[in-house]
Ligand binder design. Structure first.
Ligand SMILES: [Zn+2]
Length: 86
């Protein structure tokens, strides 16, 4: 049995993240960080490769706290069908 669990594994398996995450938006009217209470969270996106997504890759969207390591579950969105895929 694996002793470790990836904190961003929420049903789509361990995300295969490509490149660095990007801050999409600073969230001001959001609940506070559930871990440290910081009032401002950031909406982040990162490119992911996952065979469960249509086309095999897409974008992962999640909220992250700038003050501590907390991050929300990641919502993965397929980038679309690969070329030649119907
Ligand atoms: Zn925090």
């Amino acid at each position: 049995m694996a002793a470790t669990r990836n904190v961003r594994d929420y049903g789509y398996g361990e995300p295969d993240v490509r490149g660095a995450p990007r801050v999409k938006e600073i969230l001001k009217d959001n609940p506070k960080c559930p871990n440290c209470g910081c009032a401002t969270l950031a909406l982040c996106e990162v490119d992911v490769v996952n065979p469960l997504l249509k086309g095999g890759h897409g974008t992962g969207l999640y909220m992250g706290c700038p003050a501590c390591p907390w991050a929300s579950p990641m919502m993965s969105t397929a980038a679309g069908p690969a070329k030649g895929d119907a």
